[in-house]
Write a protein that binds this ligand. Structure first.
Ligand SMILES: Cc1cc2nc3c(=O)[nH]c(=O)nc-3n(C[C@H](O)[C@H](O)[C@H](O)COP(=O)(O)OP(=O)(O)OC[C@H]3O[C@@H](n4cnc5c(N)ncnc54)[C@H](O)[C@@H]3O)c2cc1C
Length: 350
């Protein structure tokens, strides 16, 4: 039902506002969730029209892309913007790099595939990450030794404070490990497009152990397409397909500890998996910590921990956010108790 007349708010007549939108198909955990109001955003020009009403009426709002990094409650009050701005185009090229502008609603994996088909390597390590291109900068998606911020030139976003579109440099985005200004200030920016700069002197990124092993018997350097294929194969063997088992990929971030903490932890747990960071700190493998606490494969009602990877929490059928977050708290408490380390939840709780 179109609710332009029924919400009591003075929406611009061109906006396709809907009431009671079901979001089960729009979140990779597969939770049943209803958006009180929703609006599919197909063009950037819709955003200021919509937000002028939202901000003046002070109603709750949020953006939903592919729903692959959110834990949705049963009811989402106010309005949910369903991001579907399409389009990708090469906007400039010179001897050093090619710039591509991509609409926020473009499927990320489809864009990675498109870039390789156009002879533009650089994103192959990030193949098969679910979701939209506009959400990729939010938590600075990363996989197999590459972070998306390495290849972003600028971001076009509607700034809800200034009520105007802004063009943001990577510095302004404050990118960090699974973090950015967008994640820290969730009610401020709505990303409408991302511009990438893909360098022409392509260098394969094979330092990640899974990829090193995959190509260990090969004498020549693999092509970008071979790396893309390898990443897809490795991911399909490791992670559950959300269409089959609801999940959001890694549920916790890998925690960071100081050199002193690391020494103490390694004395007590010599087999602990750790990764040195360039700033002198160390990351711990969150999946290993959870596994050591005996959670791999456990079930709590209709949710559980994936049997092959303890970092992935799953919806086994009719699970809900409350159940999943209770399991997450149980895991956090157990890891804190055993290792003295706090696990931070990665997906956004809406
Ligand atoms: C099987 C699986 C594997 C995964 N593997 C990885 C991985 O390897 N690396 C990794 O980093 N992540 C991974 N993820 C997490 C997820 O795919 C990424 O975080 C992805 O970028 C989320 O995109 P989305 O469109 O689904 O965002 P959503 O889940 O819809 O939204 C995530 C957050 O971004 C905000 N948002 C979305 N679009 C916009 C926009 N246009 N403007 C402003 N805010 C916006 C939302 O409000 C929300 O806060 C995985 C998830 C799954 C299910």
């Amino acid at each position: 039902m179109n609710s332009n007349q029924t919400t009591g708010l003075n929406w611009d007549a061109s906006l396709p506002i809907l009431r009671d939108t079901q979001l089960r198909e729009r979140n990779s955990l597969g939770f049943a969730a209803t958006a009180e109001l929703s609006c599919v955003i197909r063009g950037a020009e819709q955003i200021p029209l919509l937000m002028s009403t939202v901000l003046s009426a002070c109603i709750p709002w949020r953006v939903l892309g592919g729903g692959s990094n959110v834990v949705l409650p049963a009811h989402l009050p106010g309005i949910t913007l369903l991001m579907e701005i399409g389009g990708q185009a090469i906007i400039s090229t010179d001897q050093t790099a090619t710039q591509i502008r991509v609409g926020a609603g473009v499927n990320w994996h489809a864009f990675v595939t498109w870039s390789l088909m156009h002879g533009l390597p650089g994103l192959e390590n990030l193949a098969l990450i679910p979701g939209t291109t506009g959400a990729a900068p939010i938590q600075n998606i990363g996989a197999y030794g590459v972070e998306v911020s390495d290849l972003i030139q600028s971001i076009t976003a509607f700034d809800c404070t200034a009520q105007a579109f802004v063009e943001m440099t990577p510095d302004a985005c404050q990118f960090a490990y699974r973090d950015s200004i967008f994640k820290r200030q969730p009610q401020r920016y709505i990303i409408s497009a991302v511009t990438f700069s893909l360098p022409k002197n392509w260098v394969p990124q094979l330092q990640y152990a899974d990829l090193t092993n995959f190509f260990s018997s090969q004498k020549n350097l693999p092509s970008p397409t071979a790396i893309f294929d390898a990443v897809c194969t490795i991911r399909q063997n490791k992670l559950p397909d959300p269409k089959v088992i609801g999940n959001v990929g890694s549920f916790f971030k890998n925690p960071s500890v100081s050199q002193i903490q690391l020494t103490q932890l390694l004395n007590a747990f010599p087999k602990m998996i750790t990764y040195p960071q360039s700033n002198g700190s160390h990351k711990l493998a969150a999946g290993w910590l959870i596994d050591q606490c005996g959670f791999k494969g456990v079930q709590r009602g209709a949710v559980g921990v994936y049997e092959k990877q303890a970092l992935v929490l799953v919806n086994l059928g009719k699970g809900a956010a409350t159940e999943l977050l209770a399991l997450a708290s149980e895991i956090q408490a157990a890891v804190q108790d055993r290792f003295g380390v706090l696990l931070e939840i990665e997906p956004v709780r809406m």
